[in-house]
Design a protein around this ligand. Structure first.
Ligand SMILES: [Zn+2]
Length: 680
């Protein structure tokens, strides 16, 4: 599921400064009053420039306690320095006030943007001020240490990066103090009526800042956080910060910041977050928020974090779970990234849609998997430890990673990086001319791997299955065709190329069962309202189309749908259609009636059940048909919002809005599998 995303802070070299930011929040007026005391040595610079929100007013500047004139334009505040000031240590004080009131979404439908465009908002419910929103004067092209003091109405506690110096009551107000003593370029701030729980894990403070109604979640988050910190400290080296906090936001975001994560309450309540997204955000403290990304050469941190978190958790579960996960990456790439939308991994910056997500996260992770297969365990993990030790808080690029892997692996990876990182695309290959001959006591199997252009070079496993055993042999593939020859003592039954899905490739259409993702990436959809549709379900149909992010979608009624429209579009049918031909390719494990449906031998009745399925199109090969079938309007809106999160599934059944069954239709054939007729 794509709930969380990560704000990875990029660093600029240059001047170093120490800030003491003092904020007084006035939530009733959606306003803050700020004072920033900055200690800096300008190193000969003639002027200093600060980013500060365009919404700032009542600005006053002092240098060494004397008032100073300034320019303030387009969110930039400029001070000219006198010659004698340019090499001295200066005390600069900036006073300002600002209103921040970005509208906050209550129940967002599309989750592609992790912050829903909100950069800064102050309210009675809570405040959220994102780094880069200019809520404090930030010295351009500098790295800085910070002390942050936030004064707010009683009970409102502030959280930011770094170490908490505690919360206290002063003159009936709550004061929160924070200290950040490693170089960061931008700070975000969250303020709400938090219940704080803390626990020490070695030298690190693990904390939760939850709203009162979710305080019962603290124990599970504290325990899981402690577990992840020790997992990654063992794997990569000591955790780089003094705390890690799980912070609840008052609207549904998913952000990972250096030393804390900020999630909406509803997200925190989801049972799988502790086991997946939390670990991903914590892994970012090493990769992205610890070792920084050199954004000029693409963002490698999402691929690596996905590999060492989301994927590694599957691997810790079982070999099959890990393999299924890799297969899912291949399915995502093959269905969500059309060749004309594809781009090289080193051009990925951040995700904002399924294509960027699939390349940056899924392909990125698969590339790290292939490096690991190529170098072996010791060199792969050793190189990651080297990178972490040598490049903590430094901008790091794909080529720095390549260097580290080459050093540990003692070989050039230039060709590998050229084809997987710096070039777009993925290989497409198949088995051809497979035959077996029985000579003497030996079976001799011959065949070829044929590639379509563009060609890639990679090691490939070939698994030959007999009644007695499965033997895997490696060959090296490059160019258009490679011949191979295998011997076996027993009659061969099945030959499988890349049996473990270790190679990143574009699957053939026959290997991809129709799934929700195919609908999400469809170039054109007709949403067909069935003839006898309950009018109340039209709203749910609209929510569904919106949450799936359908780009070219048109609503028609069943009678308006003519032959040409049907042949030229994917279709999404709402409710049980009168025309039976629309659903003729629906697999036999589903039966639909007007008041009930059955799936996998379970019956769902009106008014509680809802079915959603994606299957083959009734008339057009390579197109798909989908059915959204709520048995009543009662839970239809709720389910309509949820379906988009089940991208990889072919079918879903909901009872009273809760998912009860989900699955993928079995894949039909693969060009990487050859089966001998038995008995011949
Ligand atoms: Zn991430």
């Amino acid at each position: 599921m794509g709930i969380l995303s990560c704000a990875v802070v990029s660093q600029a070299a240059g001047l170093s400064a120490a800030h003491h930011i003092q904020i007084e929040l006035i939530p009733g007026a959606k306003k803050l009053i700020g004072q920033n005391d900055i200690t800096i040595k300008p190193n000969g610079t003639e002027s200093l420039e600060f980013r500060l929100s365009e919404r700032a007013t009542r600005i006053e500047v002092q240098i060494n306690k004397n008032p100073r004139n300034f320019d303030f334009e387009n969110g930039r505040l400029r001070l000219m320095l006198k010659p004698h000031e340019r090499f001295a240590e200066l005390q600069i004080t900036i006073h300002y006030a600002a209103n921040f009131d970005d509208p906050v979404p209550v129940q967002p439908i599309n989750m592609d943007n992790p912050g829903f465009g909100v950069t800064a908002t102050i309210s009675e419910k809570g405040s959220f001020l994102l780094a880069g929103a200019g809520w404090y004067p930030e010295l351009v092209n500098s790295s800085a240490n910070y002390r942050v003091t936030v004064t707010a109405p009683s009970g409102l506690i502030a959280v930011t990066a770094g170490r908490s110096l505690g919360h206290r009551i002063k003159n009936g107000k709550t004061v929160s103090d924070w200290e950040v003593n490693y170089p960061v370029e931008g700070l975000s701030l969250s303020v709400a009526r938090y219940v704080v729980e803390e626990k020490s894990v070695g030298d690190v403070t693990v904390a939760t800042y939850l709203l009162p109604q979710n305080r019962h979640l603290a124990a599970a988050y504290l325990a899981a956080t402690a577990g992840y910190l020790s997992l990654y400290s063992d794997l990569f080296g000591a955790y780089p910060f003094q705390k890690f906090a799980v912070v609840e936001n008052f609207f549904p975001t998913g952000y990972g910041f250096p030393s804390y994560t900020l999630m909406g309450g509803r997200v925190l309540q989801l049972p799988f977050i502790v086991g997946t997204s939390l670990g991903h955000e914590i892994a970012h403290c090493w990769w992205g928020n610890g070792v920084y990304v050199d954004a000029t050469q693409g963002n490698w941190s999402e691929g690596l974090t996905t590999y060492v978190a989301d994927y590694r958790f599957k691997e810790m579960k079982s070999r099959e779970a890990a393999r299924d996960h890799r297969r899912q990456w291949l399915r995502n790439y093959s269905t969500l990234v059309a060749p004309q939308n594809d781009f090289a991994l080193d051009r990925f910056q951040s995700r904002y849609d399924p294509v960027t997500r699939t390349i940056g996260y899924d392909k990125g992770a698969m590339v790290f998997h292939m490096i690991r297969r190529n170098l072996g365990e010791e060199a792969f993990w050793g190189a990651l430890r080297d990178i972490y030790r040598n490049r903590l808080f430094r901008r790091t690029s794909w080529s720095d990673l390549q260097d580290a892997f080459e050093t540990r692996g003692k070989r050039s990876l230039q060709e590998f990086f050229d084809q997987w990182v710096y070039r777009r695309g993925a290989p497409r290959f198949s088995l051809a001319g497979v035959r077996a001959e029985h000579t003497g006591s030996i079976w001799n199997v011959k065949g070829q791997i044929i590639q379509r252009w563009p060609y890639f070079s990679f090691p490939l496993g070939l698994a030959l299955k007999t009644r007695k055993q499965t033997a895997v042999q490696k060959i090296f593939v490059s160019g258009r065709a490679v011949s191979f020859e295998l011997n076996s003592d027993h009659r061969p039954q099945k030959l499988i190329a890349d049996p473990e899905d270790d190679i990143f490739r574009r699957l053939s259409p026959s290997e991809i069962p129709p799934a929700v993702n195919a609908l999400k990436s469809s170039p054109s959809v007709m949403t067909v309202l069935s003839e006898k549709l309950n009018p109340e379900l039209k709203k749910a149909a609209g929510i569904l189309a919106l949450s799936l992010g359908l780009k070219h979608n048109e609503f028609v009624t069943e009678s308006e749908l003519d032959r040409q429209m049907l042949a030229e579009n994917d279709i999404l049918v709402i409710g049980l259609p009168s025309r039976k031909d629309l659903l003729q390719k629906m697999p036999a494990r589903v039966t639909i009636q007007s008041d009930s449906f059955s799936l996998n031998e379970k019956v769902y009745e009106k008014p509680f059940g809802t079915f959603f399925g994606v299957f083959e199109h009734p008339v057009a090969a390579n197109r798909i048909a989908a059915l959204f079938m709520p048995l009543s309007p009662q839970h239809a809106d709720v389910v309509a919002r949820k379906i988009t999160h089940y991208g990889k599934y072919s079918y879903l059944a909901f009872q009273s809005g809760k998912n009860l069954d989900k699955g993928i239709w079995p894949a039909e054939t693969s060009p990487l599998v050859y089966e001998w007729d038995q008995g011949k």
